[in-house]
Ligand binder design. Sequence first.
Ligand SMILES: [Ca+2]
Length: 261
Amino acid sequence: MRYLIAMVAFCLPIASMAEPLFNDGFESGSLNNSSNGVSYVSSKNISVTQEKAKDGSYAMKFSYPAAPLGTDSFSEQRVKYPQTNELWIKYDLYIPDNYYHRMDGASNNKFLAVFKTDYRSPGFQVNWSLQPNGSGGSSLSIHRYHNGQLQRAFEPSGGANLITPSDRGTWMTIMAQIKVPSSESANDGVMKMWKNGVLVCNETALNMYGGNGENYTDELYILGWANSGYTEATYFYVDNLLINNEPFVKPKNPTDTGVTE
Ligand SMILES: [Ca+2]
């Protein structure tokens, strides 16, 4: 009997692949891809290029022009999607071989923002930012609003070394889960992030209520404003962008996290 159970378990699929709402490897050579109500809506210093790709021939390029000390740089891609309380995003990110996060006054740089369209307050709005670590690399920090009030930013446990010298000139896989809190008084908002399958942010008790009628998300942007600016022109690439409103791999039972990396 035990043997039979083992055989049955062996034959069952470990996990079923959920077809995501959106899956773009940029092989069309453009940002015209759209599916299930997900599409690109605003680009700043963005192109689709064959200069680098994680897979295939094309990837999305983020171009930050060189900026003298005291000035900022900007490159950002926005994506809109149907209104949801929970968002999953996954992408491969190429860290430039000349990546150097300088300290220059306000030096926090946007990394990934998730919000309710029109990016105002009140309205659901959270982001992960990068803080300079003093040696050219970057740590993570969490920013969020609760009912229109900006909350104290902090570094999540595990987020100290998101980008290190050894990441320069390499691809990393970023995955994130964002879940809005269930009510104004509930501290159950979720912001999780994985780098190469390792949790670098595991916040599951956040107050980040969007406001009455505003407690959902329907837009995000990747990278964005760099308050530090970059001394040299700095180019990131993104490939294999996946967006969904549930885990990318459905768990085989409710106790699994749905994360198999
Ligand atoms: Ca590609």
